[in-house]
Ligand binder design. Sequence first.
Ligand SMILES: [Zn+2]
Length: 303
Amino acid sequence: MQVIAGIDLGGTNIKGGLFTTAGELLGKKEIPTQAAAGPRAVVVRIADLVRELVTEFGQGHTLAGVGVGAPGLHDFAQGECIFSPNLPGWRNVPVTTWLTELLGVPVKLDNDANLATLGEFWQGAGQGANNLLMLTLGTGVGGGLILNGQLFRGPDGTAGELGHMVIWLDGPACNCGNRGCLETLASATALLRLGREAGLPVKEAREVMQLATAADPRAIEVVDRYISYLAVGVASLVNIFNPDLVLIGGGVVKAGEQLLAPLREKVARLALAVPAQRVKIKAATLGNDAGIYGAAALFGDKR
Ligand SMILES: [Zn+2]
């Protein structure tokens, strides 16, 4: 049987999973990135991780390919990382060429948020939806687009940066240099900031949600405003893309219906009637594994 390795390269850890081509996860492992050692050393660590995965979970099987997801901008056709903000020294790194030399199998490289979306489409909450968007609410807001059953990358591979949609011209400063990006108002970081600005004694975003559940009036107001910002972004995307499905991922969505029920109501009010009626808004289901699923999906059986 043929197997695929899916790698999720982050600034702190490298996650890897071994999959069947049909998308069954055979086993997974995680190692520290040790990013300070530079790109070549990190790529060698990825190759070592792939070998370990095959040894532990893939005995008797043939490795058909390795998919790699990483933050930043990549040339998908060339398999080169052009720039990655969380990985020091990563400029024009020929990731797929190096890994193919080390492992002797085909390798593909793509943006991590794109691949999280592809992972949900392949094996998670996005199965069966031909047009879907995903927003991952974490430190920032990651985005990905599946249009007509395909991951949409755009000619430069930069498509799907849904978190940098400007929803407030004079809003908070964003890491991208702009102001008022969705990410500055709808990320987990933003929820925590909004909570603190309202005087809540919170250290983590989820505490704001918990205080709202406990009927703290300030927390209720903060959560309502936070969900309104998110809804403005989602409603705009619904109007533009007429998607079947919008998936919400990341730590904040652990709040479940506390987040999703008011989000659906607000989007129904803000978006145009026909696409608003079409769209389903659901929680992503693969959690932190979405990235390794999506990376493997680059070589997996098509849905
Ligand atoms: Zn931005």
